[in-house]
Design a protein around this ligand. Structure first.
Ligand SMILES: *[C@@H]1O[C@H](CO)[C@@H](O)[C@H](O)[C@H]1NC(C)=O
Ligand SMILES: *[C@@H]1O[C@H](CO)[C@@H](O)[C@H](O)[C@H]1NC(C)=O
Ligand SMILES: *[C@@H]1O[C@H](CO)[C@@H](O)[C@H](O)[C@H]1NC(C)=O
Ligand SMILES: *[C@@H]1O[C@H](CO)[C@@H](O)[C@H](O)[C@H]1NC(C)=O
Ligand SMILES: *[C@@H]1O[C@H](CO)[C@@H](O)[C@H](O)[C@H]1NC(C)=O
Ligand SMILES: *[C@@H]1O[C@H](CO)[C@@H](O)[C@H](O)[C@H]1NC(C)=O
Length: 542
């Protein structure tokens, strides 16, 4: 145990010192390597930096995903408290898994920049802010959230990469990969339109090479067959915990990493630090930063600075006092620090002789790797807004915490409207409104059929006949397959809940459709009925 520490005085000292240091070098990718301005190779020597959110264990949460998050870059006192420890560890990068674009990150980002520390920022958020593995969609709400985060961080000089996903694609779950690649495509186009050189990354789960290797190739391949980079990630991360205890390059890494010998873009270990064979010696960093790995890999991120509990064990290397003021380091901290401070990765190849990337054709689909080379279109906020204006019955939940109430329904609605149909890029609330409108129409626009236990509202401005509604909706999304450079979302909303002037179709009348389902699950029952009705109807936009 080391003595604890008071932040403020030392932080002030750092800040003073920082004003005399040079700006942090810009990092660029050249082929499959990263370089600083001065042409020396850049290796990520980093640590995960995010306090663990609340994890509710359940069958539906097999990955132990948190249901909330604490934005570590919006807490100036905590950053000031931790910065000396990060510096002592010898890191040049942190990985942050979720940030809140509406908060101020100036103090933390500036302090880290002045200390020579880059940030790799994951754009996803827990719950409804990421590409769903089971019911995937690449839609306006997620794209808008990603763009807001990029905009919030574009003023800082130390953002190294934005990750478009973490462990979204899993073994036997490769069908979701096109959504990740579409996200990479659109985020890449957006960054380019802002003249940003921040790298577009993805962090992959490790697993059998039968899906891991084709996925890596798929994310960095070119769909056009013309050696273009427009749908390729820049930075591939592998979350790899295969080095446990006192191991060696040959025993832990050689097999896996041989598979990446010809990889075309930059790669790093987006997480490492196995806890299954304690104590953690962190000797893998000797291998990661050696010439055994440097031909393909550009460093890694140790997991984790803060305590992080999982079924596998405890991953943190410090503890924070309950008042949040003091940091206590453990032996894990000391061992990682020792290892990190003694690595000297090879400064080769020279920037001038790094081979430019080529972007090969994408892996073909088979039984074990089913990712289509047909990507979802760019989510189109204007088209979805237009579509919403044509819908006769809208989902208007009483609470904006609607995902907790109707998450399952949203999933069902999303499945119903199909994979790449005209609606596929729209906010889930619009998809649900679409289904509700269908049901309302099929019930001859009886206002009861738009009640959905108080969750639905009639839109009096919608076209009155089914064919007119269909025509209007189709004209909103004239070109459903379009890809284009996205722009920042127009409003902060994006849901259906504030969709203009509406009159309520709700009443307490015992007659009509609402009577059919009288229990507390009214909405769920009604929507289920809507699905059944619509499944046999012809009216569809898909
Ligand atoms: C972001 O922070 C704002 C202001 O505290 C809060 O209202 C909002 O709910 C936060 N967003 C998320 C996604 O946590
Ligand atoms: C993937 O599918 C194969 C064959 O169907 C099965 O043996 C294996 O257990 C599955 N793996 C996972 C992680 O579900
Ligand atoms: C499936 O395709 C991938 C990518 O093309 C390939 O790596 C893998 O070996 C193939 N698997 C089988 C069982 O053919
Ligand atoms: C997630 O749900 C909240 C309400 O629970 C909403 O405010 C937010 O916009 C949603 N985020 C996305 C990306 O859909
Ligand atoms: C959202 O609703 C769920 C279930 O009703 C509740 O447990 C949760 O605390 C709510 N979250 C917020 C932020 O209101
Ligand atoms: C909306 O639907 C939910 C889920 O069925 C239900 O609990 C709620 O009472 C409904 N009405 C309103 C106004 O939220």
């Amino acid at each position: 145990m080391r003595p604890t520490f008071r932040a403020t005085a030392l932080f002030a000292a750092f800040a003073t010192l920082a004003s005399t240091v040079q700006a942090i070098p810009k990092i660029t990718r050249e082929g499959r390597y990263l370089y600083k301005d001065d042409g020396t190779r850049f290796y990520i020597k980093g640590i995960a930096y995010q306090e663990q959110g609340v994890v509710i264990q359940s069958d539906e949460n097999q990955f132990g995903e948190p249901s909330n998050f604490i934005d570590p870059l919006a807490l100036p006192d905590a950053c000031a408290r931790d910065l000396p420890f990060l510096t002592e560890l010898g890191v040049n990068a942190i990985r942050v898994y979720s940030v809140n674009s509406s908060l101020n990150h100036d103090d933390c980002m500036t302090a880290f920049s002045n200390a020579g520390i880059y940030a790799i920022i994951d754009l996803a958020l827990p719950l409804n802010g990421s590409i769903d593995r089971i019911v995937p969609s690449w839609s306006t709400n997620i794209l808008g959230q990603y763009i807001k985060t990029i905009d919030a961080f574009s003023k800082y000089d130390n953002v190294l990469a934005f990750n478009v996903g973490n462990e979204v694609v899993i073994n036997n779950g490769t069908a979701v990969a096109p959504y990740v690649k579409a996200a990479a495509r659109d985020i890449k186009a957006y960054l380019k339109s802002k003249s940003s050189s921040v790298l577009v990354g993805y962090a992959a789960i490790n697993g059998p090479s039968t899906f891991r290797d084709p996925l890596a190739n798929y994310l960095s391949c070119d769909l056009s067959g013309n050696n273009q980079d427009s749908t390729a990630i820049d930075l591939y991360g592998l979350n790899d915990y295969s080095w446990c205890g006192d191991s060696s390059f040959q025993n832990s890494y050689a097999g896996t990493f041989g598979d990446y010998a010809g990889y075309n873009v930059a790669a790093y270990l987006s997480e490492f630090g196995c806890v299954s064979n304690p104590p953690r010696l962190w000797t893998e960093s000797g291998a990661i930063f050696s010439s055994d790995m440097s031909p393909v890999w550009s460093g890694g991120i140790a997991f984790s600075y803060f305590p992080a509990e999982s079924a596998a064990g405890q991953f943190g290397i410090v503890t924070i006092s309950t008042d949040g003021k003091t940091v206590t380091t453990g032996e894990d901290f000391t061992r990682l620090k020792t290892q990190y401070n003694q690595v000297t990765p090879p400064d080769s190849p020279a920037k001038g002789s790094a081979t430019a990337s080529t972007y090969p054709a994408c892996p073909t689909t088979n039984n074990t790797f089913v990712a289509s080379t047909n990507l979802p279109p760019t989510p189109n906020e204007a088209a979805c807004g237009c579509l919403l204006s044509t819908l006769s019955c809208r989902f208007t939940p009483a609470t904006n915490n609607y995902t907790a109430i109707v998450g399952q329904l949203l999933d069902t609605a999303c499945q119903f409207v199909g994979t790449y149909g005209r609606l596929s890029g729209c906010d889930p609330t619009i998809k649900l409104s679409f289904v509700m409108s269908q049901y309302y129409q099929l019930n001859d626009r009886n206002s009861q059929a738009c009640s959905f236990a108080g969750n639905g509202t009639v839109n009096p401005l919608a076209p009155s006949s089914i064919s007119a509604a269909d025509a209007a909706a189709s004209s909103c999304i004239a070109n459903p397959d379009a890809t284009f450079v996205p722009s920042a979302p127009a409003s902060t909303g994006g849901g259906a809940s504030n969709g203009g002037s509406t009159s309520t179709g709700n009443s307490n009348s015992p007659n009509g459709a609402v009577r059919l389902v009288g229990d507390s699950n009214a909405l769920i029952g009604m929507i289920a009925m809507a699905f059944v009705s619509i499944a046999s109807a012809a009216w569809t936009l898909a």
